[in-house]
Design a protein around this ligand. Structure first.
Ligand code: SF4
Length: 276
């Protein structure tokens, strides 16, 4: 059993490893449970990027994908996170709640993957809603089949990462199947849940015009998708791969050129998406 820790504020760019060596494997967690405790990487208190208004962003540990360009491989395993109580998170959040409400913001739970720790996130999201906060998660959607509609009721927004529209490319960059993500997107569309689709533009990996076109065509008819956000690949996470002695495929991958970004924006726009 991991020892209960205190989660300090920090940044998604902090390297945090080996904090809870006795944690279970992220792939073997039960779908549900009490949810009183969980594993977290860090939290930021003043993001204006991960949802509307001012956000507290909680970065959880645990992800089943292995994106080759992941900026935070130190969020993959529960054992690298700090073991904390949901109550600790809720108490901290309550301290920020008046400012978050005043600035039309709220809580975003990111990762790693929030749906790995379903009961834990369910508890925290419900508490955020009770405080009158806007609540969001950022997810790959891979575990979307795990969540019931009640879980989604506590969400005002889903930041859904669609990494590719092509099953082979998706598997090549994430190590997993694309279908669960598309299924989850369709479910959110059917229930009218607000979504911002996020697409990471990685030159030589996800920038193929047909790949972008596939995402644009899939998303464009979905009235619940408020924005498509194009996230240009960057090297800010490279140092983590090195420190963790992981094989990093993107040492020589450049950041996208302005011309490439413009082409991708145009593809989304021409399909009828709101893109930024
Ligand atoms: S889904 Fe996110 S956290 Fe998981 S490997 Fe991919 S980029 Fe990293």
């Amino acid at each position: 059993m991991s020892h209960l820790g205190i989660l300090e504020p920090g940044s998604r760019h902090d390297l945090r490893v080996g904090i809870s060596p006795d944690a279970p494997d992220e792939g073997q967690l039960p779908d549900e449970g009490e949810g009183a405790f969980g594993y977290a990487h860090s939290y930021e208190t003043a993001s204006r990027y991960d949802g509307p208004g001012l956000r507290v962003v909680l970065f959880l540990s645990g992800c089943l994908l292995r994106c080759s360009y992941c900026h935070n491989p130190d969020t993959w395993h529960l054992k690298d996170g700090t073991y904390i109580s949901a109550q600790q998170v809720i108490d901290r959040l309550a301290g920020f709640a008046p400012a978050l409400r005043a600035l039309n913001g709220g809580l975003t739970i990111s990762g790693g993957e929030p749906m790995v720790q379903l009961a834990f996130t369910r508890r925290i999201l419900a508490a955020a809603k009770q405080m009158g906060l806007h609540a969001a998660i950022e997810t790959s959607g891979y575990l979307g089949d795990r969540v019931d509609d009640k879980y989604l009721e506590n969400l005002d927004l889903v930041l859904l990462d669609i990494k590719s529209s092509d099953p082979q490319t998706y598997r090549a960059v994430t190590g997993r199947d694309l279908d669960p993500t598309l299924r989850f997107a369709e479910r959110l569309a059917a229930m009218g849940k607000p979504v911002w689709v996020r697409f990471t533009l990685v030159p030589g990996f996800t920038d193929d015009p047909a790949n972008v076109e596939g995402i644009a065509r899939f998303v464009a008819p979905m009235k619940n998708v408020e924005w498509v956000e194009v996230q240009p690949f960057h090297q800010l996470g490279a140092f983590k791969w090195k420190a963790m002695k992981l094989e990093y495929k993107h040492v020589d991958t450049p950041t996208p050129t302005p011309d490439l970004i413009e082409r991708v924006f145009e593809q989304f726009q021409n399909a009828g998406c709101n893109v930024r």
